[in-house]
Design a protein around this ligand. Structure first.
Ligand code: MG
Length: 261
């Protein structure tokens, strides 16, 4: 045998011994792979998946719109509240949260009123959940009636508007409540304002995965290409769309902040 060959054989033998002994240890002692700390925080979940856990920030619990302001002038939100439901006031316009958020888990329910068949495409029950809004631009998870209502697919319900169509159309009929459960990871920016990591959106519509850790390409725009502009924690916005159909409603909106601020 050549010296090199001998040496390679010796290395292979010792590697085999190491892996054999590691395997034996794992097989013989399951405790070697147990982790006991840090202990995950203990919380009380909601009675159902729609109800807020006890560490959630309730953004609309059925009684008041106190967590929200009118986006255009920061005056108190003027959307109407009745029977535990908040309805868009198209005249007063978009509303946004008083508080700003970075990464979070959000639950929100929305309902398209029945009888809107004469309105078509983007004109039927259009609204929008802006996952972050800087006063001018944001990231819109589309809200619109997509039950037997054809429109461009990157503008149907649960699309990241004009960027990414949903993985499926899980729309319930008008008049029924729709649920969104969303995980938003805000983008991170370098000191020079360039993107360090994009924003990510995971969304579940009526229990169906519709966005799977989808990378945002920038702010969602009605016209033109998406674009990023550096930001930190931002409010969430609900859109009062100018379409001619009657206003849609919301209920049961809560959020859990994730990670460091
Ligand atoms: Mg919209």
């Amino acid at each position: 045998m050549h010296r090199h060959t001998l040496r390679a054989a010796a290395l292979a033998l010792s590697a085999a011994l190491v892996s054999h002994s590691a395997g034996a240890q794992a097989a013989g002692d399951p405790k070697a792979t147990e982790v006991w700390t840090p202990i995950p925080k203990i919380l009380t979940p909601g009675a159902t998946g729609a109800d807020a856990p006890n560490d959630a920030i309730v953004l609309f619990g059925g009684k008041s719109v106190d967590a929200w302001v009118t986006a255009s002038d920061k005056s108190p939100a003027k959307w109407t509240v009745a029977n535990g439901v908040m309805t868009v006031n198209k005249k007063s316009g978009d509303i946004m949260t008083k508080r700003s958020f970075r990464d979070y888990q959000l639950h929100l329910e929305w309902r398209i009123p029945p009888g809107l068949e004469k309105f078509v495409g983007q004109e039927r029950g259009n609204s929008g959940l802006y996952l972050a809004f800087n006063g001018e631009d944001g990231y819109e998870l589309q809200i619109v009636d997509s039950y037997k209502n054809t429109t461009y697919v990157n503008g149907q319900a649960a699309s990241l508007y004009k960027q990414t169509p949903p993985l499926a159309n899980a729309m319930r009929k008008p008049g029924e409540w729709q649920t969104y459960d969303v995980v938003f990871t805000a983008p991170r920016f370098k000191a020079d304002g360039s993107v360090e990591s994009p924003g990510y959106v995971t969304a579940i519509h009526n229990g169906v995965l519709v966005q799977n850790h989808t990378a945002l390409k920038g702010f969602t725009r009605y016209t033109g290409a998406p674009e990023y502009k550096a930001h930190g924690a931002l409010p969430i916005l609900l859109q009062a769309h100018g379409d001619p159909s009657p206003p849609i409603s919301f209920r049961n909106i809560w959020l859990r902040e994730l990670g460091r601020r």
